[in-house]
Design a protein around this ligand. Structure first.
Ligand SMILES: Nc1ncnc2c1ncn2[C@@H]1O[C@H](COP(=O)(O)OP(=O)(O)O)[C@@H](O)[C@H]1O
Ligand SMILES: [Mg+2]
Length: 367
């Protein structure tokens, strides 16, 4: 994998809302507030964090589906955050989106052939009907469907198959980069792995760059090269999947990892990943935005916002060096064994086994 940068965000900010009016003033929602990151060509880059932390907004900014309030987005070295016209059309070909919900993201009145062929009509208008049909058949095969599925309609397919149709549609324009916003979280657990494997195979075979947003850290762990952890509109930690999972440095990442079975709450389990409420993004805490929920909070954290420190494995915490190990006396010395144990718990939980969550932060017994 070469290390050149395909997509870069520089201090990107997106605030929603115009402040209301004098009768009912409303502070803007600081959905994304100063995010910088570099995505390398050919890698799988994951963005994780609790619901409402700004993941989808960031994804839309990266794809130029939204314009930033401030900051820049560069694709292949060129500024795109205000792209229009022919430049925007080229971007739509080069960057594609896979949506979370395969049930609502596909037009039910369009056949599969039409759904997958439509981007070809836009981006390859000179292609004749026969060539287009052949191309659609090839795309369907690539995603594990059959060419004869082209004549059917989305409602005739399962969730996993619909997501395959969505992926075939995303591939049709021949993109360099695909962003999946929670691409498997609407699917049954048994189907999730198949779709994840498909995305991994396509990335390798087609030389794509993949950006995957997920709240399920176990999904991210097995498919991503690098991971960014978001909290209230900012990146708090970034590193290789190995670094972030085996030696998490930010207290927020540590809390997320300790609560893998319940992050964002599945229908089976609504226990929050982190103690306390997430503050409103229209009135975020001063200093470090995590300080209101952080077990290691110090006076400095309330007044000064930490920058991302370090090279490669970066963390935005004033005191990460003091808290690098989990704050429990009983913690085994090898962090990754501990992480392993959590994944075992997660697997047991998702396969319906009875699990007693042994982490110190968990106060309830889960079944
Ligand atoms: N179009 C919008 N208008 C106003 N607020 C929005 C809009 N889109 C998202 N938000 C708010 O921005 C915050 C981040 O949302 P989002 O990016 O969807 O987070 P995530 O994908 O991590 O759940 C949330 O508080 C959400 O309510
Ligand atoms: Mg989202």
């Amino acid at each position: 994998m070469s290390h050149d940068v395909i997509l870069e965000a520089v201090d990107v900010v997106k605030h929603f809302g115009d402040g209301g009016n004098w009768l009912s003033p409303k502070p803007p929602v600081q959905a994304v507030d100063g995010v910088s990151l570099k995505i390398r060509r050919g890698e799988t880059f994951a963005i994780v964090g609790e619901s409402g932390c700004g993941k989808s907004t960031l994804a839309r900014l990266l794809m130029r589906l939204l314009e930033p309030t401030a900051g820049n987005v560069l694709f292949d070295g060129a500024e795109i955050s205000h792209a229009k016209g022919a430049k925007l059309k080229r971007l739509r070909r080069d960057m594609q989106f896979i949506f979370q919900d395969p049930f609502s993201s596909l037009n039910p009145r369009m056949s599969v052939g039409k759904l997958v062929g439509e981007p070809l009509e836009v981006h390859a208008p000179d292609m004749n009907a026969d060539d287009r049909r052949a191309k659609v058949a090839e795309l369907l095969r690539k995603v594990g469907l059959r060419p004869e599925h082209a004549g059917r309609y989305p409602h005739e397919f399962s969730g996993g198959q619909r997501q395959r149709i969505g992926i075939a549609r995303a591939l049709a324009s021949g993109p360099k980069l695909i962003i999946g916003d929670e691409p498997v979280s609407a699917l049954d657990v048994s189907v999730q792995a198949q779709v994840i494997n498909l995305l991994g195979d396509l990335r390798r075979d087609l030389g794509l760059t993949l950006v995957v947003i997920a709240h399920d850290l176990s999904v991210i762990r097995h498919m991503s090269d690098r991971v960014a952890v978001m909290y209230l509109g900012r990146i708090v930690e970034i590193g290789t999947a190995q670094q972030v999972f085996a030696t998490p440095r930010h207290p927020y990442t540590q809390a997320l990892l300790s609560a893998i079975p319940s992050m964002e709450g599945t229908s089976r389990d609504k226990k929050p990943a982190v103690q306390g409420e997430m503050p409103s993004p229209s009135d975020p805490p001063s200093g470090c935005r995590f300080h209101t929920r952080c077990p290691h909070v110090q006076p400095l954290c309330k007044s000064q916002s930490p920058k991302l420190h370090g090279q490669g494995h970066q963390v935005a915490c004033h005191f990460w060096q003091d808290i690098a190990m989990p704050p429990t006396e009983s913690a085994p010395p090898n962090r990754s064994d501990r992480a392993e144990a959590r994944f075992a718990l997660y697997r047991a939980a998702t396969t319906g086994g009875t699990v007693i969550h042994q982490d110190k932060k968990a106060t309830t017994e889960r079944t």
